[in-house]
Design a binder for this molecule. Structure first.
Ligand code: RB5
Length: 150
């Protein structure tokens, strides 16, 4: 799978750890930066990763900031992106199975490396269930397109 990964300074260390973990798998990992833990603004990196996923240049995105929350909010502003902040592998599974989430955001200051690896592995390995969830995800797309917002 093609994975695009990015962070801010607060997520840099965990981003590097997750990247190393993924590079040891069969997945194709592209790092959108940053290249150091110098202070940066998380929306810039959320945009890079979210755009790559929305454009189909990556299958899934992983974003790490201090809490994962700013990245989640920013990534969700890009149409076609369903970003979820996850701190537990079971929620990673549910976010893929029920919500067809395509961007995972992690809390660099609160999630340890082994837990992050389990979350990322679960997120990548879990397919969307489709079925009854298909219509609900389509309704999210409708909201994005302004349907029902009049
Ligand atoms: C940076 O201090 C911090 O605000 C950022 O990493 C993130 O947690 C924002 O949501």
């Amino acid at each position: 799978m093609r994975i695009r990964i990015g962070s801010d300074h607060a997520g840099f260390a965990l981003k590097e750890a997750v990247k190393l973990h993924l590079l040891a798998t069969e997945h194709d990992v592209v790092d959108a930066g940053p290249a150091s833990d110098d202070s940066v603004d998380y929306p810039q990196y959320a945009l890079k990763v979210a755009r790559a996923v929305a454009a189909g240049e990556a299958d899934l995105g992983v974003l790490v900031c201090g809490t994962g929350l700013g990245m989640e909010i920013a990534a969700n502003k890009v149409p076609g992106v369903r970003a979820v902040q996850v701190s537990d592998p079971e929620f990673a599974r549910m976010a893929r199975a029920h919500n067809d989430a395509n961007v995972l955001t992690l809390a660099g200051r609160y999630t340890d490396e082994p837990t992050a690896a389990r979350i990322v592995d679960t997120f990548i390995a879990t397919p969307f269930d489709g079925g009854r969830h298909e219509l609900r995800v389509a309704q999210i797309r409708d909201i994005e397109n302004g349907v029902g917002l009049d």
